[in-house]
Design a protein. Structure first.
Length: 750
């Protein structure tokens, strides 16, 4: 054999071996590394800046005759970093992301970009390695150490995690809950986060395709793909903790789970720390099974008001406040499932599935009878498959679903809204298993962002939808075809158990992208800026939520037996309750950032983190246009229906509305419930302050066009990929708003 031929064989062997070796090493994670928490910038906000805002707030309080004994502080108690696997996935350039967002970034963003008074970190517990949990605790301590005087800090950071429960049907679904701790010292927080052992848990472990495909799909960003696979490998490599063992006796490096809220509360009891549990997303239809309601969480110890006393009613995933009478599916008394017919404002997606199949069948020459049978079958299959029902139709663009499944008359609604998980429904139900001690959800109301790019408090300006909302999607068309394969067109409905698909494949990722917003804020009426004062105010439910802007809101009962009572109060009364609501609009924002930001951050970091825009209030406020009052009459007897014999709903939205004259100083109204004594029942009240509109990301949702009869004919979604220009913020005009915590008035006979 000639030397030339021998060398050619060697070259060929090397040519084959090198890529094979490279792919093998990539498959086994040789190139990946775990992210670190980063370094917190060690310069606080100037005390003078904080004091100037406080002085302006005191002037606003005085103008509406409200006390200055407390101040209103704004925070975000729902923020994720790329320590969460889903957030890491969104950070890949393939998905439109821009890289790592570790805990230190979240601290710096909250301090400099959104200028929050307090915030918490809430990475998914099921994604958190022991090393990352320790990193998170250390980073939160670093964040607090920058704040200076603990009695008057520039910002307070709380430690927390998310318990992310996703069931497969209404009977086994409990939803997502943020677990937040008052203190941060090593001996005052758990050794491990506690994840939700749910039947529909979103396990994002890297598949063989991920290991090889992700780096190759975007080779320039291959290191982030390798690091993503490393994270998933590491997360799922730890053993499950043994069951039935006290939390303090468990190994440090095991994965600790709780199957139900009751189990979670039990584990928190064992730790014995000051803790709150805040449910969120209970009406989000992305993963919440249709037909889910709050009722079962009032039974069998699944509700503990010593832990769970606040509810997140608005976030970047939309509004969970409003109740509607329609449903996505019907569930009979024996558990049988069927598809409801449309109403004037709502078309169930299962119904739309039937329309599509029937139209296809007729267009292909089928008889009316045959096509109607196929349509009904499609509706039934969809209804039985819940969140995965959209798989009933093959060869379909997601735009063809139009606006089916959506609340078309809700304020910034959650995708595929589930009314039985709304805040209004929660306030309306009572459990009578113990007749002498009926149980209710007397929730205070708050809002937060649920941002997944390490950016708490993103709602201060409506800009950069990729960084400041959950917008994320496969950017290139060829990669989308791989990620979202579509089978061949058919005029027959597909049959099967689509709920058996891996969880991340069940959901309507592309259509839901039009329902992502910048998110909200929690506001507290607190006597001080310190950790204990803020925590105690939250425990008293002296809190409210906003849609992102810093609206000032007061809601008081004026004639309680102990005098004036603030929002969140629970009182016993015989006479008609009298209330006062005051609201002052948020400051209009100036472009750019205050000067102090560049005293703390370099220009490069300010641009990458804040994207050149910060909370930067001017002197002019937005106007409050009206105040709305919602009255909810909770159940007084077992199985009391939503509609009473006189035809009125127990949820009265809107019960009263008051128009406000244009005034920079805000708006104040007073009212009395003259019916209270004749109703002779418990009543819950809360207020909404409505602010003049501003351009808002995704406020038009699917941007639907209608025919002359009002029937939808076309949707133009705000895509989460290059089909929509990344510079297009998808703005539409929308009012900002604030929701007070309720005041719970229990009727006491004379």
């Amino acid at each position: 054999m000639s030397l030339l031929k021998l060398n050619a064989k060697k070259v060929l062997a090397i040519t084959i071996a090198l890529p094979a070796t490279y792919l093998g090493l990539a498959y086994f994670g040789a190139f990946g590394k775990l992210e670190t928490a980063g370094t917190v910038t060690d310069i606080p906000r100037p005390e003078a800046y904080t004091k100037s805002l406080q002085t302006k707030q005191q002037a606003a309080s005085t103008a509406v005759n409200q006390s200055v004994d407390t101040q209103i502080l704004f925070g975000d108690l729902h923020a994720h970093t790329t320590y969460s696997i889903d957030a890491f996935q969104y950070s890949l350039s393939l998905m439109g992301g821009d890289g790592a967002s570790p805990p230190a970034d979240a601290c710096d963003f909250a301090r400099y970009c959104s200028a929050l008074d307090f915030w918490s970190i809430n990475d998914h517990a099921e994604h958190t390695t022991p090393e990352h949990w320790q990193d998170t605790k250390d980073s939160i301590r670093q964040c607090n150490a920058v704040s200076g005087d603990p009695d008057d800090p520039d910002m307070v950071a709380y430690l927390g995690f998310e318990w992310t429960h996703a069931g497969t049907n209404p009977n086994n679904h409990y939803g997502h809950k943020n677990v937040i701790f008052k203190d941060t010292a090593e001996d005052q927080v758990p050794t491990r986060p506690i994840y939700a052992q749910a039947p529909g848990i979103v396990n994002r472990s890297a598949s063989p395709a991920d290991r090889i495909g992700l780096p190759l799909l975007n080779f320039k960003d291959r290191q982030r793909a390798f690091d993503f696979n490393k994270l998933t490998d590491t997360v799922y490599s730890y053993p499950e903790c043994p069951e039935g063992v006290d939390v303090r006796e468990l190994p440090k490096d095991c994965r600790e789970g709780a199957r139900t809220p009751k189990d979670l509360f039990s584990k928190l009891d064992q730790w014995g720390f000051d803790t709150m549990v805040i449910p969120h997303g209970n009406s989000w239809g992305v993963y919440t099974p249709p037909g889910t309601t709050w009722d079962k969480q009032l039974k069998d110890g699944q509700q503990r008001s010593d832990y769970q006393f606040l509810m997140e009613i608005f976030s970047g995933h939309g509004n969970s406040e409003e109740y509607r009478d329609w449903r996505a599916i019907n569930i009979g008394v024996s558990g049988e499932i069927s598809c409801p017919t449309p109403s004037e404002t709502y078309t169930p997606s299962c119904w739309r599935a039937g329309e599509i199949i029937e139209s296809r069948c007729l267009n292909d020459g089928g008889t009316a009878t045959e096509c109607e049978v196929r349509a009904n079958l499609a509706r039934q299959i969809y209804a039985e498959n819940g969140v995965a029902g959209h798989y009933v139709i093959s060869g379909l663009a997601f735009e063809d679903w139009q606006e089916s499944g959506q609340c078309t008359d809700c304020y910034l609604p959650a995708f595929n809204l589930r009314p039985g998980g709304s805040a209004q429904y929660a306030l309306s139900v009572t459990n009578f298993d113990d007749p002498d001690n009926p149980q209710r959800f007397n929730f205070g109301f708050m809002a937060s962002s649920d941002n997944h790019t390490g950016r708490p408090g993103t709602g201060y300006k409506e800009y950069d939808r990729y960084a400041n909302t959950e917008t994320s999607g496969v950017q290139e068309e060829f990669a989308r075809k791989v990620a979202y394969p579509n089978s061949k067109y058919s005029n027959q409905p597909r049959e099967g158990d689509f709920m058996s698909l891996p969880p991340v494949k069940k959901f309507e990722h592309e259509r839901s992208s039009s329902y992502f917003y910048t998110g909200g804020l929690i506001a507290v009426h607190s006597p001080g800026r310190d950790r204990d004062s803020i925590w105690n105010a939250m425990q008293k439910k002296q809190v409210y939520g906003t849609s992102g802007e810093r609206i000032l809101l007061w809601f008081d009962l004026l004639n309680g037996k102990d005098g004036k009572q603030p929002m969140g109060s629970e009182v016993d009364m015989t006479e008609a309750p009298r209330f006062r609501v005051s609201a002052v609009g948020a400051f209009k924002q100036k472009p750019g950032c205050p000067d102090y930001v560049l005293d703390g951050l370099t220009t490069e970091r300010m641009e990458s983190l804040c994207r050149g825009e910060c909370y930067n209030p001017g002197d002019e406020r937005r106007l409050i246009t009206r105040i709305e009052i919602i009255r909810v009459r909770p159940q007084m007897i077992k199985d009391e229906p939503m509609f009473l014999p006189d035809g009125t709903s127990r949820i009265e939205d809107i019960w009263k509305t008051f128009d406000c004259a244009p005034n920079q100083n805000g708006c104040t109204v007073e009212f009395t419930d003259e019916e209270f004594e004749t109703l002779e029942r418990d009543v819950t009240y809360y207020a909404r302050a409505i602010q003049e509109p501003r351009p808002t990301i995704n406020a038009a949702n699917l941007r639907t066009s209608y025919d002359e009869s009002g029937k939808p004919i076309e949707v133009k979604p705000c895509y989460s990929d290059k089909r929509t220009d990344p510079s297009d913020e998808c703005h539409a005009m929308k009012e900002g708003r604030a929701w007070s915590s309720p005041i719970f008035v229990n009727y006491q006979p004379r």
